[in-house]
Design a protein around this ligand. Structure first.
Ligand code: BTN
Length: 259
């Protein structure tokens, strides 16, 4: 087993769900796990299939950004979610909250979600989620900084970035983090296939890194600041600027960050 190889048996041992991860595929290198699983989905891959890569040559983030990785250190994977989740902005937003919960439970770290679905510890990003429609369902791609320091990533992307290990101060296994994430995504799926949106909104507010904070919103209409007030059932973020409350949706060309 090369140092970068991935122990799929260890992932299976940590799974507490039969919904996701029955088929687990690992590649040392791919263009992108999103593209690979999209190809497999077109060929009839079973729902719940997971593709993991040690490194990506064309890793993608939200809004067409490049997703940088550190081979052997980061966790890079995509899940073909089983159908049944609604076609709503809430889905992408909810996934961040359930993933934050799963990682917080697994590591004891205060992992939170920064709207729409960044994974953060304090002000620093530790992971990101890319949610793309695939036929009747979604491809959910996750990049998680697990090992080492990630200072080079922080320099490249120009924002505070951390890793789970740096925050915890002890080694962690990428395999255990993958199992935890899949368990969290399975809980998200179970919540999102029901009609009642209130448990999902409550879960988001439990792990909402921006709640009550002053945020800067930048969009085609310019820049402003306001106070983040949580989400509504559509997944839109409420931002209060003086007497005006703006609903920022995932589809808006608007960037939100802590001010
Ligand atoms: C973001 O925060 O912008 C989302 C980042 C998502 C990155 C992951 S890494 C695995 C999967 N494959 C990709 O090309 N992107 C996602």
């Amino acid at each position: 087993m090369s140092s970068a190889a991935f122990d799929l048996e260890r992932v299976r041992t940590g799974l507490r769900t039969t919904l996701l991860g029955e088929t687990l595929i690992w590649h040392p290198s791919l263009d992108s796990t999103q593209e690979e699983l999209r190809r497999l989905a077109r060929e009839g891959a079973q729902p719940g299939t997971v593709v993991v890569a040690d490194t990506q040559k064309a890793g993608r983030g939200r809004r067409g950004r490049t997703w940088y990785d550190r081979p052997g250190q980061d966790l890079l994977f995509t899940v073909l979610m089983p159908p049944g989740m609604p076609r709503e902005g809430l889905v992408a937003v909810a996934l961040g909250a359930y993933l934050a919960e799963a990682l917080a439970q697994e590591t004891g770290l205060p992992v939170m979600t920064q709207w729409p679905n960044d994974l953060v510890i304090g002000p620093a990003k530790v992971g990101g989620v890319l949610t793309e429609v695939q036929g009747p369902t979604y491809l959910v791609g996750i990049g998680l900084n697990v090992k080492g320091q990630a200072t080079e990533v922080a320099q490249t992307v120009g924002r505070a970035v951390t890793t789970l290990e740096a925050a915890l101060g002890r080694p962690l296994s990428r395999e255990d983090m993958l199992a935890a994430c899949l368990n969290g995504l399975a809980r998200a799926h179970a919540a999102l296939v029901t009609a009642d949106r209130s448990p999902v909104v409550r879960k988001f507010s439990e792990f909402d890194a921006l709640r009550g904070k002053t945020v800067a919103i930048t969009g085609p209409q310019g820049a402003t600041t306001g106070q983040a007030m949580g989400i509504v059932a559509s997944g839109a973020l409420l931002v209060r600027t003086g007497p005006v409350v703006t609903e920022v949706t995932v589809a808006d060309e608007i960037k939100v960050r802590e001010a």
